[in-house]
Design a protein. Sequence first.
Length: 385
Amino acid sequence: MGLDWLIIGGGIHGVHIAARLLGESGVTSERLRIVDPGERLLERWRVCTETVGMIRLRSPSVHHLDLSSGSLNQFATKWRRRKRAPVAGSYARPSLELFNAHCDAVVETFSLSDRHIRARATSGAVDHAGVEVELSSGHRIAARNIVLAIGAGEQPYWPNWAPQSHSRVHHVFEQGFDGWPSSRETVAVVGGGISAVQVALRLLREGHQVRLVSRHALREHRFDSESGWLGPKYMRGFRRERDFDRRRTLVNEARYTGSVPPGVRLALCRAVDRNQIGWHEGEVEALEAHGDGLALRLATAEELLADRVLLATGFSAVRPGGQLVDTLIDSAALPCARCGYPIVDSALRWHPRVRVSGPLADLELGPVARNIAGARRAGDRLVAA
Ligand SMILES: Cc1cc2nc3c(=O)[nH]c(=O)nc-3n(C[C@H](O)[C@H](O)[C@H](O)COP(=O)(O)OP(=O)(O)OC[C@H]3O[C@@H](n4cnc5c(N)ncnc54)[C@H](O)[C@@H]3O)c2cc1C
């Protein structure tokens, strides 16, 4: 058997898990690889956060990719000499620039770029001895253990009314996104959460006319779930729940999807009050051609004209992983809940040889599973086991 550990996905989760295995579990670097199709590790994270024009993370500075929880704050102290406000507010939220520089430092410390195989895992089979994975390059790779850290970043959610191959209708999280306006335009941004608002604010900064269309009123929440989900306050009850349908409901109810933190809300409200951004509340029913442009018809009977539509409607809820995960399930009858997501043990084992992190760990780690905090929780569980 070739490797001890193969991590599938080189995003926030895959990189943190790699650091934990190398830094805390005595795994030697020659025996670990990360498979990810990106040119470099963390590519999806960088592209998505840059596209929306994110300036500061929503999460606090203790949520990062290094081993010790104080690492980012220590890094910020040195950084502070050079940059303004690398962390801000009572939760010390890091700037994206600081966070990314710290990610680079983690990648460098553990020489993770040398462990990166630039390919996609397309199918896999597992038995008691290990896992064999087929790559998009045509190679097969064998490992004693794999970690599925594939995220939901490759499955943007497209509303039914939105055509997927229109030159002026784009999802800001689509692969190879190239729909950002290059000259001054009127842009309709669809979505009511933090990404939609950030996109609208970025468009405004760049001189565009912006209309933000949300199907609900602005929802303000500092984080995307209550901080009680990070510890025993809520997680004790969650782990006692043995019905996985019920756990799914708890996760979905606890996540503040489509919400914005106070600072982002304030910036939007200011722009709306000054008539710099148009705020339109209503469900989109249809998109039609209108002269050279587009018209969005809302359920409120309002019609909005725009040169371009940018969707910031988040990610689809279906289980990520496509054929890779389907073939692994088939090879060893891996258990799934009715929502399609893995039923794993407390060490995040879906099988003695298969661990999960990110969305695939939803039913074990709860509402925070997909976030940076979830990557750290997954790291704790893997290392402890
Ligand atoms: C704009 C934005 C801002 C966010 N801000 C925060 C924040 O402030 N704080 C926070 O805690 N969370 C935040 N999140 C949520 C979350 O932390 C990020 O989405 C994070 O990128 C999730 O990491 P991941 O590793 O699960 O997924 P990704 O970053 O999407 O990485 C997964 C990787 O797996 C690869 N992959 C998928 N399938 C395969 C395959 N078959 N073979 C090989 N590789 C594969 C993908 O190409 C990708 O590179 C934010 C999310 C977004 C979109």
